[in-house]
Design a binder for this molecule. Structure first.
Ligand SMILES: [Zn+2]
Length: 289
């Protein structure tokens, strides 16, 4: 694990010290929680399922839920890492909100209070017919009853699991789906798939966060997808400062005022120590839910 130069962290702290700021986080934020980043520098390439493929094919749904059923154990039990905890503490240092591209719920689990889950929430399931929302954990139990032949506890290799909860499963053709408890309709994870638009009210809420802050800090995102990159472009257009903390190059590097090429956990812990004027080990982690 590398450490960002103290001068680079000090420069970011100086920029943030007397300004309100908002964070935009991506997959790199959660890699230290064991959730792989399939666009990161060390990741394997994977083709995520498209929205049209999912809604248009019962076989695609079968494949998705078979994979998700086996991958849930890792995603569903992931815990916030040092970066999530540091960011929650930084609300005391003029951090006004977090916009996240992650669907793992770890910002809220760490205690961040103002979070926009741009791409939804993997812990929730939505019915494609009636719109009813229910808990993913409940669906996991129902899928288990419907598929006693599938070993839920099979340990999936890191490379086989994707951050949207999708994973590689064998024998998915035999997997039995279950429907909505209200209407029997088809179920979809309440996450934005590739090829699916982010709901308008969420986008507007995210722009309202930006408008109320002075600095935008990107955390662990290569800004590959437009749903996140548009906020960088917007911020650049208003000539407000952009800070990027990410391991490896990003699509927004040319627009950044400051860039730290390092991991989120260690950099945020250092920022917390600097901005809150407290040694890292003196700060108590937020209690877990
Ligand atoms: Zn329904």
């Amino acid at each position: 694990m590398s450490v960002a130069s103290p001068a680079a962290v000090a420069a970011v702290a100086e920029l943030l010290r007397d300004r309100t700021w908002v964070a935009l986080s991506g997959a790199g934020m959660s890699t230290d929680s064991g959730i792989p980043d399939y666009r990161g520098p060390t990741s394997v390439r994977a083709t995520p399922m498209q929205y049209s493929e999912f809604v248009g094919s019962i076989d695609a749904q079968r494949r998705y839920w078979a994979r998700s059923y086996q991958g849930w154990r890792r995603i569903g039990h992931a815990q916030p890492n040092a970066g999530h905890h540091a960011l929650a503490d930084l609300e005391a240092a003029r951090l006004s909100g977090v916009i996240t591209q992650n669907v793992d719920g770890l910002h809220s689990a760490a205690g961040s209070r103002r979070v926009i889950n741009l791409h939804g929430d993997i812990a929730t399931v939505v019915c494609l017919e009636c719109g009813d929302r229910s808990a993913r954990s409940e669906l996991q139990r129902r899928l288990g009853w419907a598929n006693p032949q599938v070993d839920e506890l099979q340990r999936l290799d890191h490379a086989e699991l994707r951050p949207d909860g999708d994973a590689v499963a064998r024998d998915w053709q035999q997997f039995r789906l279950v429907g909505c408890l209200q209407c029997g309709g088809r179920l979809k994870p309440d996450v934005v798939f590739f090829g699916e638009a982010v709901p308008k009210d969420r986008v507007e809420a995210a722009y309202a966060f930006l408008a109320a802050a002075e600095v935008l800090v990107v955390l662990g995102s290569s800004l590959t997808v437009m749903s996140g990159f548009r906020f960088i472009r917007h911020q650049a257009k208003t000539q407000q400062p952009i800070v990027i903390i990410n391991r490896g190059p990003t699509r927004g590097d040319d627009l950044a005022s400051l860039k730290i090429d390092n991991g989120c956990s260690e950099t945020l812990a250092e920022l917390r120590a600097t901005l809150l004027d407290a040694p890292v080990d003196k700060l108590r982690a937020h209690p877990r839910e």
